[in-house]
Design a protein around this ligand. Structure first.
Ligand SMILES: NC(=O)c1ccc[n+]([C@@H]2O[C@H](COP(=O)([O-])OP(=O)(O)OC[C@H]3O[C@@H](n4cnc5c(N)ncnc54)[C@H](O)[C@@H]3O)[C@@H](O)[C@H]2O)c1
Length: 298
C-alpha cells in the first residue's frame, strides 16, 4: 500500500497526514478551504522541524521532504486512487454523513475507510457506504505522530481482512494498536469523556479551580495531564459533541454535558486551537481562563 487519503486537516488530520508522510506514503490531504490547507502545511512543517526537540530519539527528517509527500487539496475526487482513507472531519453526524456518501462514490471499491471519530459508532458510519466490511474505526490519539497506540474499532460488518490491513498499516508507521468492539465512545472516550465532564462540573460548582483540578490528577495520580488540560488539547467542541453522541447513544443522563462546557463552546473558547479554553495558551497569559467559583448562568 502506498497511497493514503486523509480527509480533514484540523487538529487530528494534520497529525495523521504527517504520520503517513513520514512513513513514506504519498498522502492526499483534503479539507474544505485553501486557508485551512495552508495552515496545515505550515503546521506540519513546523511539527517536523520541532520533532527532535520533542522526541530526541526520533529519526531526523527534512520538513520539505515530508510536506513534499502530501498533496493539499479541496477536491475530494483526488482520492480516486487512494488505497486507504483516514477520515478526520468535524465530530458531527451532519458533517460525516454526506461525506461518506461522496467518499464511497469517489474512492476505489477496494479502498478501506478508517474512521477517526471520538465517539460515533463505526457501524453507523459504515451503513452510509456500500462497503461496510471495509470500514473500521481508527481512533488515533492526539498528537497522532507522538502517541504510541491506536484504538482500532471493529464495526458490526468490519471484515477480518480490513482489521489485518489496518493493523499492518499501523505497524508500518510504528503504531501499536488495541482492537475493541463497537460502542459509542468505544473504550477510551466512554471513560475519558465522563471524567472530563465531571471535572468541568467541579469547576462549574466552584469546588476547585482548573489549575487545582489538573494538579491533583498529575501530582496524586501521576497522570501526564489533568482532565481539563486534556479537554483543551482535544478541543472543547469535540468534547461537547462526543458527550452529545454518548448521551444520545445510551439515553443515559450521566452523559449530560456540563452547562459550563456548552457555554465555553458557544463563546468560541475551544482550548489550544483557539488559544483559550480552561487554561490560556496565549503568550503572556499563563492564568487559568476560568477562575475558581464560576457558577454563573445556566
Ligand atoms: N481532537 C482530538 O483530540 C481527537 C482525537 C481523536 C479523534 N478525534 C476525532 O477526529 C475528528 C476530527 O477532529 P479534530 O479535533 O481534528 O477536529 P477539528 O475541528 O480540529 O478539524 C476538523 C476539520 O474537518 C474539516 N472538514 C469539515 N467538513 C469537511 C469535509 N466535508 N471535507 C473535508 N474536510 C472537512 C474542517 O474544515 C476542519 O479543518 C473528529 O471526529 C474527532 O472526534 C479528535
Amino acid at each position: 500500500m502506498h497511497r493514503m487519503g486523509v480527509v480533514g486537516a484540523g487538529t487530528m488530520g494534520i497529525g495523521v497526514a504527517q504520520l503517513f508522510a513520514e512513513g513514506g506514503y504519498d498522502v492526499v490531504l483534503v479539507d474544505t478551504a485553501d486557508d485551512i490547507l495552508e495552515r496545515a502545511r505550515t503546521e506540519i512543517a513546523r511539527n517536523v522541524r520541532m520533532m527532535p526537540l520533542v522526541r530526541p530519539s526520533a529519526p531526523r527528517r527534512r520538513p520539505e521532504e515530508v510536506v513534499g509527500r502530501i498533496r493539499f487539496t479541496t477536491d475530494l475526487t483526488r482520492l480516486n486512487r487512494a488505497e486507504y482513507v483516514v477520515e478526520n472531519v468535524t465530530e458531527q453526524w451532519e458533517v460525516k454523513r454526506p461525506l461518506y456518501r461522496e467518499l464511497d462514490d469517489v474512492c476505489p471499491p477496494d479502498a478501506c475507510f478508517g474512521v477517526n471519530t471520538s465517539a460515533i459508532p463505526i457501524t453507523r458510519v459504515a451503513s452510509l457506504t456500500g462497503r461496510p466490511a471495509r470500514v473500521v474505526g481508527t481512533h488515533f490519539m492526539n498528537p497522532a505522530p507522538l502517541m504510541p497506540t491506536v484504538e482500532v474499532i471493529r464495526g458490526h460488518h468490519t471484515s477480518e481482512e480490513t482489521i489485518e490491513r489496518t493493523t499492518a498499516l499501523l505497524d508500518d508507521v510504528g503504531k501499536d494498536h488495541v482492537v475493541v468492539g463497537d460502542s459509542p465512545g468505544f473504550v477510551t472516550n466512554r471513560v475519558l469523556m465522563l471524567t472530563v465532564n465531571e471535572a468541568v462540573f467541579l469547576l462549574h460548582e466552584g469546588v476547585a479551580s482548573a489549575a487545582e483540578v489538573d494538579r491533583l490528577f498529575k501530582e496524586c495520580f501521576g497522570h501526564a495531564m489533568g482532565p481539563l488540560e486534556t479537554a483543551d488539547l482535544i478541543g472543547l467542541d469535540t468534547v461537547l459533541r462526543s458527550l452529545d453522541v454518548l448521551h444520545d447513544g445510551f439515553g443515559d443522563p450521566k452523559y449530560r454535558p456540563c452547562p459550563l462546557l456548552r457555554r465555553l463552546v458557544d463563546a468560541g473558547l475551544l482550548g489550544r486551537k483557539t488559544g483559550r479554553g480552561f487554561h490560556s495558551y496565549e503568550p503572556g497569559h499563563a492564568a487559568p481562563a476560568i477562575p475558581r467559583g464560576d457558577q454563573r448562568g445556566d
